[in-house]
Write a protein that binds this ligand. Structure first.
Ligand SMILES: Nc1ncnc2c1ncn2[C@@H]1O[C@H](COP(=O)(O)OP(=O)(O)OP(=O)(O)O)[C@@H](O)[C@H]1O
Ligand SMILES: [Mg+2]
Length: 380
């Protein structure tokens, strides 16, 4: 059976069923606000209820959902979600990524000695880097993923991705941060031209493209001395960062990983999803499924011809109300048809993509009942 029929008829098994039963890592990505966090939590809950030891790594969940998952207590480690109805061998742990603490923990774990830890953690450039720099969150999600995967405590890790403008930021983050942390580039930048000679300008151009811009963005001139001090303190750690980023990349490419791209059925989100799918393919990363979330559906109503509607309008308040409702329904039908057209266009552009359509639910997904409801659609 082709993914087309899966997506368009809605009668075949959801591709997520297989994924949640067999994958080791599921990464939910997509542009901002489309439903990544909700999808990640719902997938994790379903897998736990299917008997797997599951952990969901969430990023900035909405407050009520965080409370429902027991994430209102600050902790940068997974904690069990209290579920009354969970039977069988499965379990569900959840954690909310604290990027600053994750960065600190990584420094503590991999530094040479406590003196190096202290020097880095006290550095003001590091403090800015670890708490405000765009891309750090994505990078730290990967560090945490690496740590949890290494621990072998779970059968399945479900990873939410940060609310970035672009889903691609997640894939680019390690490269960007690696580049920033690469002291060689920094040295090149601050070294006097005469010492490096003619190669200096070429190197500077290269470094200026990404790294300097980032350094400039996060530092005022008063911090520049701290930047130098940071790189001195960071000496010897860069290779570890780069190596772990490489290992996570390898794991993300492994067939036991599945990316689930989430999108809403509007043009920009679907275009971004198509772009992300092509980028995953180019990087040989396994695309598991596309979730089109918050789909509008119009129920069937009898066809009412224009003449009959005109009569309704002329027939008092009740008739007018009914005519207005019919018009609203027409609009909803038009919207639903446009969404289905866009999804079909996407399927033509990205063949063999397993698509799951999830309707717009009557309420936010903010508790376990909401997650189960979302899960029923995701795994239909
Ligand atoms: N199918 C749905 N029906 C109704 N509401 C939904 C649905 N899916 C998600 N929501 C709601 O939409 C909002 C955004 O969802 P969510 O937080 O999962 O998105 P996100 O992609 O993680 O956002 P961000 O990019 O900000 O992290 C939440 O309030 C959530 O409860
Ligand atoms: Mg989110």
């Amino acid at each position: 059976m082709t993914a087309r029929t899966r997506g368009s008829t809605g009668t075949a098994t959801s591709p997520l069923v297989d994924l949640a039963r067999t994958a080791r890592i599921v990464v939910c990505c997509g542009s901002g606000g489309v439903g990544k966090t909700s999808t990640a939590a719902a997938v994790a809950l379903w897998a736990a209820e299917a008997g797997r030891r599951t952990c969901v790594l969430t990023i900035d969940p909405a407050r009520r959902l965080a409370q429902a998952l027991g994430l209102d207590l600050l902790s940068n480690a997974p904690r069990p979600v209290q579920l009354d109805e969970l039977e069988g061998p499965g379990s569900l742990d959840a954690m909310m990524l604290d990027m600053r603490r994750t960065f600190d923990e990584v420094i503590e774990r991999y530094a040479r000695d406590s003196e190096q830890v202290d020097r880095i953690l006290a550095n003001r450039f590091y403090q800015r880097l670890s708490s405000t720099l765009a891309g750090t969150q994505e990078y730290m999600a990967m560090e945490k993923l690496y740590e949890l995967h290494e621990s072998q405590r779970y059968d399945l890790l479900v990873v939410d991705t940060p609310p970035t403008r672009s889903a691609l930021d997640f894939l680019d983050a390690p490269d960007n941060l690696n580049e920033l942390l690469d002291a060689r580039a920094f040295r090149l930048l601050i070294a006097p031209a005469q010492r490096i000679g003619r190669g200096y300008l070429r190197g500077l151009n290269l470094a200026t493209t990404a790294m300097t811009k980032m350094v400039r963005r996060v530092t005022g001139s008063e911090l520049l001395a701290e930047v130098g001090e940071f790189f001195a303190a960071f000496e010897g750690m860069y290779d570890g960062f780069k190596e772990r980023a490489g290992l996570v990349y390898d794991q993300l490419k492994h067939p036991s990983t599945a990316f689930v791209v989430v999108a809403t059925p509007d043009g920009p989100a679907l275009r971004e999803a198509a772009y992300f799918a092509s980028r995953l393919a180019a990087d040989r990363m396994p695309l598991g499924a596309l979730v089109v979330n918050r789909i509008h559906r119009a129920g069937a109503v009898p066809e009412v011809p224009a003449a009959a509607r005109a009569k309704l309008r002329a027939a008092g308040a009740d008739g007018r109300l009914l005519a207005d409702l019919l018009e609203l329904h027409d609009n909803l039908e038009t919207l639903a048809a446009a969404e289905q057209r866009r999804v079909r266009d996407l399927l033509e552009a990205v063949p063999n993509l397993g698509v799951v359509q999830v309707p717009l639910l009557p309420d936010d997904v903010h508790d376990v009942a909401g997650l189960r409801m979302l899960g029923r659609h995701l795994f239909a």
